[in-house]
Design a protein around this ligand. Structure first.
Ligand code: BGC
Length: 717
C-alpha cells in the first residue's frame, strides 16, 4: 500500500460511525481487480451495493500498535462502469474502551483512538495497463446509519439514515510499518441457529430463546414502517424465577437498537458481536414471531477435525457443549468468554484448552497469529501479559498464564508436526523462562510475585477465587515444565540448549527440596504430570485416596483440573477417573448438563442446586477452560495417544480404556497424517474394539501390543 494514506473524517462524529466513499469510473475492459484494505477499527465494505467478501469484523484483533492485518479481496466481478465503494468503520477492538474492570485511563486512551481506513483498489486492464486508486484526500465521508457500535455495548442502527452531505476525508498520520497481510483465519458467519420459542416470563417480559448459547448476533427480518423500533438485550440464562437475566454481563450493555425503514427488511449488527442464548425484546413493532429472528454464529473459520460420540446422552451433550464453547470463544483470539465486559485473550485459559482445541478443530493458523501477537506484546523484561493482545498492560505476569508462551507453541507443534511455530516463537519462549529467573526471590524456583494460583479451585478459602494450592508450588512447577519444553523445542530446531537443560535439572532438584510434601489435589497432580514427584506412583495413589476421602470429588481449579483425569488414568486409577467424569452431582462436568447447559460454565455451580446463581460478578456460562476434559476423552478413554517423537500423528499409539458405565465411545481426529479413529463398545458384557488408522500405529488392547500399518482392526476383550 505504497501510495495509500490513512484517512479519517474531518470532524468528530462522536459515536456515529463514519462511512468512507470512493466513486470511480472504469472505462476499459478489466482483466482483474483487487481491493486491499484495513482499518484502525473494524470495517464493512460494500461495492456497488454488494458486500465485499464474507470476512466479518475485519481486520480482526491483533497487537495493533505493532501489527495490523490487511485483507485483499478479488472484486473483479463486482465492478461496473460507474463504481461506488463505501466502507463503514466502527470502533471494534481498536477504539472500544474494552476491559470493564480496568483503570479508566487505559480505557480513555483507547476511546480517543481514531477510526481510520487505509487501502487501495488495483485494477489490471485487458490491454495490459494498470491503475491504482489509493485512499487519499479525494475520498469522501459521511455519517453512516450505524449511530453507535462498540464491542461490549452493542449497536444502534438507524435504517432511515441515508449517508448524505459527503465531505472530503482527511489524511491521518499513522505508521504503515505495522501493516501485515492477513495471517489468522478469517472471521465468518459459519452457522445459523433458529429460535426455539418466544417466552412470556413471569415478570411479563418477551424473551426469544435460541435453545443454544452462541456467539455472533441476531438477524431480524420483518415488514415495518419507517421509524418503528426494535430494541433488545442479550442474556445467557434465565434466573431462578424464569425471568430474563444479564447481570453477569457486568458493565457490558450488549444492547441493540434498530430503527426501521419502510417495507420488508433484514438487519443484523454489522460491527460487533454478542455471546447469548436469549434476547429480551424491549421494543418490537407488533407481535413478534419466530420467523422474525435467526441467530448467526460468528467465529474464526476453523475446520472441524475431531469427533467424539458415546452411548451416554449426557456425555454427548457435554461434548456438544465443549465444541460450542470453542466456537463461541475462537473469534480471532482465544477468549475467556464472549459475553461480559472481558472477551479477552486470557493466556491461562488458552494454555489449558489448547490441546483439546487442536484436536477438535484445525487451529494451526489461528494460533500462529495469536502467538505472533504474543511475541510482539512480550514485555521488555520478557514478561507475558495476562491477556494477549495485552489490554491489561499494567498487570503483572502470572505463572500458568504466562507459560502459555511455551505450552501453546509446543502443543501446536505436537498436534500438527510443523516446527515453524517453534522457530517463530523460540525467542519468546526462552525470554519467558529467563524472565522467571530474573524475578524470582529464590534461585531455580519461582517464588514471590503475584499469581492467579489454582484459579477458582474448589478448595479455595471462603471469599477467595484462588484454590489452596501454594502459589510458589504452582509457579515453580510450571517453571520446570516450561524450561523442559524450551529444551525440547530447542532440540527440534537444532539449537544448543545445554544451559536450559542444566537449569531444568537444577529446578527439579530445588523443587524436590523445597516441596517434599504435597498438600492439595492440584499439588499432587502437578507433581506427577510435570515429572517432579520422586515417586509418581505413590503420589498418584495418594491423590486417588484424597479424592475418595473427599467423597469422590475433585477439589481442583483451572490449573489442576486439566491434568487430573490424565494422571489418574496413567497410574492405574482409570475407574476413579471415570467415577469423576460420570459424576452428575456438583462438582462435576455433568452437573451443568443436568442444569440445561449448552456451553461450558466458568464455575461448576454457576447455577446452584436451588436455581440461584453462584455470583453476579464472575459467572460466565460460556468459558471453555473446563472443556479441556475432551483431551482426556481422545487420549485416554478412546486411547488415541500421540507420540512426542512423531509430532503431527505421523505414528500413533492406540490404547483404549473402556468402561461399562459409558457403554461405548467413538473418537476420531483428522490429523496431518490422515485419520485416526478409535471406538469401543460393550456388547453382551464383552468389549468390541475397532481402530482405523491411516498412519503406522501400535495398538494396545487386552494387555497386548501390536504394531500395525494403515488399516482397520477389530478386537474383542
Ligand atoms: C477470566 C478468566 C481468567 C481469569 C484470570 C477471569 O476474569 O474470565 O478466565 O483466566 O480472570 O484470573
Amino acid at each position: 500500500m505504497k501510495y495509500a494514506d490513512y484517512i479519517v473524517a474531518d470532524q468528530n462524529t462522536n459515536d456515529t460511525c463514519p462511512v468512507f466513499r470512493k466513486c470511480f469510473v472504469v472505462d476499459k475492459q478489466i482483466a482483474s481487480a483487487f481491493l486491499t484494505i484495513t482499518a484502525l477499527g473494524v470495517y464493512d465494505a460494500v461495492l456497488n451495493g454488494k458486500r465485499v467478501g464474507d470476512y466479518v469484523l475485519a481486520p480482526g484483533w491483533t497487537a495493533y500498535e505493532k501489527r495490523l492485518q490487511y485483507q485483499t479481496y478479488d472484486i473483479t466481478a463486482l465492478l461496473r462502469e460507474e463504481n461506488d465503494l463505501q466502507v463503514t468503520v466502527g470502533k471494534g477492538w481498536f477504539s472500544s474502551p474494552m476491559p470493564g474492570f480496568t483503570n479508566a485511563d487505559d480505557r480513555a486512551r483507547r476511546m480517543e483512538r481514531p477510526r481510520a481506513l487505509i487501502g487501495e483498489i488495483s485494477i489490471k486492464y485487458a490491454d495490459g495497463s494498470e491503475e491504482v486508486i489509493p485512499t487519499d484526500a479525494s475520498w469522501e465521508w459521511a455519517e453512516s446509519p450505524v449511530r453507535f457500535s462498540e464491542i461490549y455495548d452493542g449497536e444502534i442502527y438507524d435504517a432511515t439514515v441515508k449517508p448524505a452531505g459527503w465531505k472530503k476525508a482527511e489524511i491521518l498520520e499513522w505508521t504503515k510499518d505495522i501493516l501485515i497481510p492477513q495471517e489468522g483465519e478469517e472471521i465468518r458467519e459459519i452457522e445459523r441457529v433458529l429460535p426455539k420459542e418466544i417466552i412470556r416470563t413471569p415478570s411479563g417480559e418477551t424473551v426469544v430463546d435460541f435453545g443454544q448459547e452462541i456467539t455472533g448476533y441476531v438477524q431480524i427480518c420483518l415488514d415495518a414502517k419507517a421509524g418503528d423500533r426494535i430494541e433488545f438485550l442479550h442474556g445467557e440464562v434465565l434466573d431462578q424465577q424464569g425471568n430474563f437475566y444479564n447481570a453477569n454481563y457486568r458493565t457490558a450493555k450488549a444492547h441493540v437498537l434498530y430503527t426501521c425503514k419502510d417495507g420488508r427488511q433484514t438487519y443484523h449488527p454489522v460491527l460487533t458481536f454478542f455471546g447469548f442464548r436469549y434476547i429480551k425484546l424491549v421494543q418490537f413493532p407488533g407481535e413478534p414471531s419466530l420467523e422474525n429472528f435467526a441467530g448467526i454464529v460468528v467465529c474464526s473459520d476453523i475446520r472441524r477435525t475431531g469427533y467424539i460420540r458415546t452411548e451416554n446422552a449426557m456425555v454427548n451433550q457435554l461434548i456438544s457443549n465443549i465444541f460450542w464453547g470453542q466456537k463461541g470463544n475462537f473469534l480471532d483470539v482465544p477468549t475467556d468468554c464472549p459475553q461480559r465486559d472481558e472477551r479477552l485473550g486470557w493466556t491461562g485459559d488458552a494454555q489449558v484448552f489448547v490441546k483439546t482445541a487442536s484436536y477438535n478443530y484445525d487451529v494451526e493458523k489461528f494460533f500462529f497469529k495469536w502467538l505472533h501477537d504474543m511475541a510482539a506484546e512480550q514485555r521488555e523484561d520478557g514478561g507475558i501479559g495476562q491477556v494477549i493482545p495485552d489490554y491489561l498492560a499494567e498487570n503483572a505476569p502470572s505463572a500458568a498464564w504466562g507459560d502459555a508462551a511455551v505450552i501453546c507453541p509446543w502443543q501446536i507443534y505436537q498436534t500438527y508436526g510443523n516446527p515453524q511455530i517453534l522457530a517463530d516463537q523460540f525467542e519468546c519462549m526462552k525470554k519467558w523462562v529467563d524472565y522467571i529467573g530474573s524475578v524470582t526471590t529464590t534461585p531455580d524456583l519461582w517464588t514471590g510475585g503475584w499469581h492467579f494460583g489454582d484459579w477458582l479451585g474448589l478448595d479455595a478459602p471462603v471469599g477467595s477465587y484462588k484454590g489452596s494450592t501454594r502459589d510458589d508450588f504452582i509457579a515453580s512447577a510450571f517453571y520446570a515444565y516450561s524450561t523442559g519444553l524450551v529444551v525440547k523445542a530447542g532440540k527440534v530446531l537444532g539449537k544448543d540448549v545445554s544451559a536450559y537443560e542444566a537449569l531444568k535439572e537444577r529446578i527439579v532438584a530445588a523443587f524436590r527440596k523445597a516441596f517434599p510434601d504435597y498438600t492439595t489435589q492440584t499439588e499432587h497432580i502437578l507433581a506427577v504430570h510435570f515429572g517432579l514427584a520422586e515417586d509418581p506412583q505413590r503420589t498418584a495413589d495418594a491423590l486417588a485416596s484424597m479424592i475418595r476421602e473427599a467423597g469422590t470429588q475433585m477439589r481442583t481449579g483451572f490449573v489442576g483440573t486439566p491434568y487430573l483425569l490424565h494422571v489418574l488414568s496413567e497410574y492405574g486409577h482409570g475407574d476413579l477417573a471415570y467415577d469423576l467424569f460420570l459424576r452428575t452431582a456438583y462438582p462435576s462436568w455433568l452437573y451443568s448438563v443436568n442444569k440445561g447447559a449448552t456451553t461450558i460454565w466458568e464455575h461448576w455451580d454457576g447455577i446452584m442446586e436451588d436455581g440461584s446463581f453462584w455470583s453476579t460478578d464472575m459467572n460466565s456460562f460460556n468459558h471453555y477452560a473446563y472443556g479441556s476434559v475432551a483431551d482426556w476423552l481422545y487420549e485416554k478413554a478412546a486411547g488415541i495417544r500421540p507420540i512426542e517423537e512423531n509430532p503431527g500423528f505421523s505414528k500413533v499409539v492406540i490404547c483404549p480404556m473402556p468402561d461399562e458405565r459409558l457403554g461405548g465411545l467413538e473418537a476420531e481426529i483428522h490429523t496431518r497424517n490422515g485419520l485416526v479413529r478409535s471406538a469401543w463398545r460393550y456388547v453382551d458384557g464383552q468389549v468390541r474394539y475397532e481402530v482405523t488408522v491411516e498412519m503406522p500405529a501400535v495398538i494396545c488392547v487386552n494387555g497386548k501390543e501390536k504394531s500395525v500399518e494403515a488399516g482397520t482392526y477389530t478386537f474383542f476383550g
